[in-house]
Write a protein that binds this ligand. Structure first.
Ligand SMILES: *Cc1c(COP(=O)(O)O)cnc(C)c1O
Length: 399
């Protein structure tokens, strides 16, 4: 089956009016080279075969579909099904695109892969992929985040990556991006900047989507085999949007399948403490591409917040902006309290501790299920496991 959504973006990297390359000309040349190399490499059988083998034997794909039957029964409506990306090696969906990026770097003959990390999830997934592929990895991380995220910092060191503490400015993610980028610009011919979601200038939103779409393709096949039917609703949390686009892509042409992206409403949409970019943002540009943004009157990104650090980004992937505008995907939001409730409910009713990011999608499904008939099915992309969040939640709830 052809999927017209996979023909996007256009050659300039646009999904409708979103995306593109809003960057200086010298950087555009570099991005165009990456794009050309990617298009060549991904069509070679050796690359595809190596990637598919790693997905199977290293990541543990396909990840199972699990029927959360106790939870479904308690809610008394549609059945709830989980796509278990939390069972992947390293515990989340990020390994799917990090492996793709690290392999691409190897095929392009790059000597070093570079990135920034906030809470350290992208850093650990990338350091893992680089250790496996055998390529140098350099991660820039704010000093404040380094102090906060001890287990991830330790893992990155064990995995052999060069961890660069960022001491400038806010000493958090925002300045880590600038620091990593400065290093990248020293030798873009030999380095590859590995972006951690479906954001940034073209070709990254496309490339990361391509690497993540395996999630939806597997799920679609698994549903047809198991039930002879597609899910009625597919839902996923949205930070930059990679796990959501990963599961949505295979279903975009299935008009009967309702697709719902879930953003963090944080402390409430009527407070400044949220990161509901598609729900409340306006059009603008950020980090080299056009998208909905949470921005001030001058177009500067606003400080954003979520209980799930992987979701607090003031922009969002360009394809999501397009899918919102054409009405193919609906975007909803879930606040911190609803997220925590879902985190505890899934843990205690199914023995599955979800990442706080993923718990946003679980919370939305829990809200929706009672209003749907029992013979319908809701599929959640359970993007990651909650080991990283366990201490924080236990503290917060005085467990
Ligand atoms: C990073 C992360 C996210 C958010 O990123 P997306 O690009 O929006 O998918 C969601 N879930 C988990 C478990 C993560 O680690």
């Amino acid at each position: 089956m052809t999927n017209r959504f996979l023909e996007m973006p256009d050659t300039n990297g646009y999904f409708g009016e979103y995306g593109g390359q809003i960057i200086p000309p010298e950087l555009k040349t570099i991005m165009d080279e990456i794009s050309a190399a990617y298009e060549t490499v991904r069509q070679t059988e050796t690359f595809q075969q190596e990637l598919q083998e790693l997905y199977a034997d290293y990541v543990g794909r396909p990840s199972p579909i699990y029927h959360a039957s106790r939870l479904s029964k308690k809610l008394g409506g549609a059945g709830i099904y989980l796509k278990r990306e939390d069972l992947n090696h390293t515990g989340a969906h990020k390994i799917n695109h990090c492996l793709g990026e690290a392999l691409l770097a190897k095929y392009m003959g790059k000597t070093k892969v570079l990135a920034e990390t906030g809470a350290g999830q992208h850093g650990v997934a990338l350091a893992t992929a680089c250790a496996l592929v055998g390529i140098d990895c350099e991660i820039h991380m704010g000093e404040i985040d380094i102090a906060k995220e001890h287990p991830n910092v330790t893992k990155m060191k064990i995995l052999g990556c060069d961890l660069i503490p960022v001491t400038r400015g806010t000493r958090t993610l925002k300045d880590a991006v600038d620091s990593a980028f400065d290093e990248y610009l020293k030798d873009p011919v030999n380095f590859l900047y590995a972006i951690g979601s479906v954001v940034g200038p073209h070709p990254f939103p496309k490339m990361v989507r391509d690497f993540q779409q395996i999630v939806g393709h597997e799920a679609r096949e698994q549903f047809l085999t198991k039930f002879g039917a597609l899910p009625d609703v597919v839902t996923a949390c949205v930070g930059g949007g990679s796990n959501a686009i990963g599961i949505f892509t295979a279903f975009l042409e299935d008009d009967a399948v309702e697709l719902v992206g879930v953003e963090p409403a944080g402390k409430g949409l009527d407070t400044p403490d949220h990161a509901a970019t598609l729900t409340l943002g306006s059009k603008g540009s950020l980090h080299g591409f056009k998208c909905y943004n949470l921005q001030d009157d001058q177009g500067e990104p606003l400080p954003v917040y979520s209980i799930a650090s992987g979701l607090d980004y003031p922009g969002v992937g360009p394809q999501h902006c397009y899918l919102k505008d054409i009405g193919r995907v609906r975007y909803e939001s879930i606040n911190d309290q609803e997220c925590l409730d879902a985190f505890m409910t899934l843990s205690r009713m199914e023995g599955i501790i979800p990442a706080l990011e993923s718990a946003h999608a679980v919370a939305y499904a829990m809200k929706l299920a009672p209003s749907l008939p029992k013979d319908q099915r809701i599929l959640i992309n359970l993007s990651g496991r909650g080991d990283k969040d366990a201490d924080f939640v236990a503290d917060r709830l005085n467990l």
